[in-house]
Design a protein around this ligand. Sequence first.
Ligand code: FAD
Ligand code: NAD
Length: 397
Amino acid sequence: MSSIPKIVILGAGYGGVLTSLRLQKELNYNEADVTLVNKHDYHYITTHLHMPAAGTDHPDNARVSISKLIDEFKIDFVKSTVVQIRPQDRKVILEDGTLSYDYLIIALGGESETFGIPGMAENAFTIRSINSVRLIREHIEYQFARYKREPHRTDYLTFVVGGAGFTGIEFIGELADRVPDLCKQFDVDRSLVKIINVEAAPSALPGFDPELVEYAMEVLRKKGVTFRIGTAIKECTADGVIVGEGEEIKSQTVIWSGGVRGNRLIEEAGFETMRGRVKVDEHLRAPGHENIYVLGDNSLMFNPEGRPYPPTAQIAMQQGVNCAHNLVASIRNQSLKPFSFSNKGTVASLGKGEAIGMAFGKKYKGRMAAWLKKAIDLRYLFIIGGIPLVLRKGKFL
Ligand code: FAD
Ligand code: NAD
């Protein structure tokens, strides 16, 4: 190891940004050489992406320039795409270069999990990045325009959302809010538009509080959403989806929110994974690699009852803080701190002015929950960018 250790952070999402911000605060001058790599020069606020996807907000409001977040005198930012991780050589191969490291932080985020459903990867949209939500937003508008030219094609106005997890539920809440505007803009009768949420499990939001789930479904039904609960999508084609025992739902727009897996680069690097996620040790390190930390959607950790923590921004942020602490401790030959997740709860939006949530041991619904969701979003902006970012972006969240 050189006299100044090289720390390379892959991914400027929730885990990578929090690690970077903490390192730039805690490291002394010349104590380490820190590089952050991300494929875009902006950080996207994933927890906001359902809005630009449906078109109820502009994609620019869900992203922040990385140069506005980090101190480039303390952290080198490299805008590039990671193509290979080589733990055996302590190197990372980028599309346009190579980086060597003493400590590596892998925080590349998740990918959509299609469970091998035929045609899903090829024909469905996913809510995963600024680029993917721009595509969904434009595509939805285009369907309304197409329908006006071919009024017999009612499948242009049928929108299928696969999976009623939090992503699917938050998206249909926004889409249902957007549809009346689109109908007005394109002179389309609202009754012709169908939003169908297909969920394989016996309930929407499986495992969440049943009373809040019922409330959410009622709010969404009133906005015109149809639920097909206990119905699995078996195939996705260019003409729609095949569900249950072979029934076809014709649609030109399928949004897949059926699950998340880790990043394929991690499997390709030879780490042992479960659905692309590394089962990290209590200090967030990959087994057998004392110098490699794995965070956020790329990591797998279990709660005291032995069940995996769901991949959330909340856990990724807390891991980022813990990881930075442990990196500084390693460099200073101090003892590492085990990671312990402090669950603050879950709040999910159901469109304008409506949400559900469990936080601080209490249930919330309606306006109060929507307000709580906004407060959580503002808190995040404050954590990463202080008051200036809250003032610049906060009004949009
Ligand atoms: P990410 O935030 O996904 O960041 C990964 C980063 O790596 C990105 O910047 C990406 O561009 C970059 N990257 C990826 N591949 C490469 C590569 N090859 N080379 C270079 N850079 C690369 N969780 C909550 O706790 N609360 C919520 O309200 C919530 N809402 C959500 C709403 C939606 C619509 C979605 C999809 C998810 C939501 N989540 C929420 C889950 C949460 O967003 C994720 O768990 C969180 O983003 C994971 O953080 P991360 O740091 O692991 O990865
Ligand atoms: P998820 O895995 O939580 O939900 C996917 C849903 O798709 C499940 O209900 C599953 O039963 C269903 N499904 C799977 N295969 C299916 C099939 N063939 N046909 C129909 N339905 C099928 O995924 P997600 O909703 O994208 O959430 C990913 C992570 O992000 C989770 O950890 C979640 O908690 C988090 N998240 C949190 C929030 C929030 O806190 N507000 C919002 C969005 C996402």
